[in-house]
Ligand binder design. Sequence first.
Ligand SMILES: [Zn+2]
Length: 425
Amino acid sequence: MQRRKVTFKLYPNAEQEKRLEAWVRLHCELYNAALQERIEAYRKAGKSISYYEQQNVLPEIKMARPEFLELGSHALQQTLRRLDLAFQAFFRRVKAGQTPGFPRFKSSKRFSGFCYPDPAGWKLMQNGKRGATLRIGSGFQALTLRARGRHRFGDTARPNDLTIMRRNGSWFASVTLRVPEAACARERADDRHRGIDFGVTDWATFDNGETIENPRWVRTELPKLAELQRQRARKRKGSLRYKRLSKRVARLHERIANLRRDFIHKETTKLVRTCAVIATEELTPKNMSRSAKGTVETPGRCVRQKAGLNREILSAAFGLAHQVISYKAVEAGTRLHLANTRQLKPSQRCARCWEIVPKTLAQRVHVCPHCGHTMQRDQNSASVVLIDAHTPGTGVAARPKASPHRRRKPRSATRETHTTTATAV
Ligand SMILES: [Zn+2]
């Protein structure tokens, strides 16, 4: 069994939204009350209250406040557990000598949502092509919400838990599914071997010279974000205009995140569908922030801040891409080869004679003084990682014949995913 998380967007009507908001307020009230109880018990009696002591009071609370009844006992327990986790994290960090903040009282506006830790008390139904229905509670009091989203796992997937979240005024339901291995598998249409160099000028460059351009949001949305943040910096903190701009910044951040996720999911799916072997560099912060210099096409004010912003957001995109590509590779039975950057130095190595050819970031073309090999920089490094993928261990055999004075190739210390066989769904 595998765990997969699927998020559905909810479309509550006005009345349903009021109910959801009331529920979030109640969960928040419980959280704050439990926090208060812990603080007071410690102040007055020097005693710390455990999660279980608080859990055992829940029935009494429900007797006194019947509005808590429809929230479901497991969901209420989960909110108490959330507070307990906050305390555990706090004490862990104190022990480690750090200076963490004490768990805070939360305003219900900031309280993100609540969670049903098991499949009881709610039901998700997928119907039609994109639609879904989420029912929370039972009987005539049940809340039946329209939802949009879809998972590809079919009827064999079993729901495990549900989180209801509110983000920037929209509601989402995030469901964890337990999926049998067979239902996770992806079909593969081709068995290509490809080396990829992820970069900032182009999002990806392949060993055959093909490229995937940076998506639209890098060119259009990031400058917008920078402009909004500049505007906000001129407002008095906490003022109405500051808040208004903050809301717009938050929404734009979310939009960029959505565009980025969409782009990465589509491209990585295409990749694993067509490749039997994918070779790329291991992911380290250094590779991610590499050559961010080339991103700013329009010189002018705040170039450095903008470069920083681009770098930060793009590096998040590489992080996500690696994460997504590694689980999709397993699902499709594609071998993902992650070359050790430090040892292999793909951007400095010649793909034909395997010599190290030092380059600065500004040098976009690889010209080898040893064998005369000339190639676009990123394409060369994509070729190098692909060769590395074909040479297990020291694997000299698969490497192309080179000039006689070549150095011994360093041991290829690489991490690899398991090769699995894809089964068609
Ligand atoms: Zn060379």
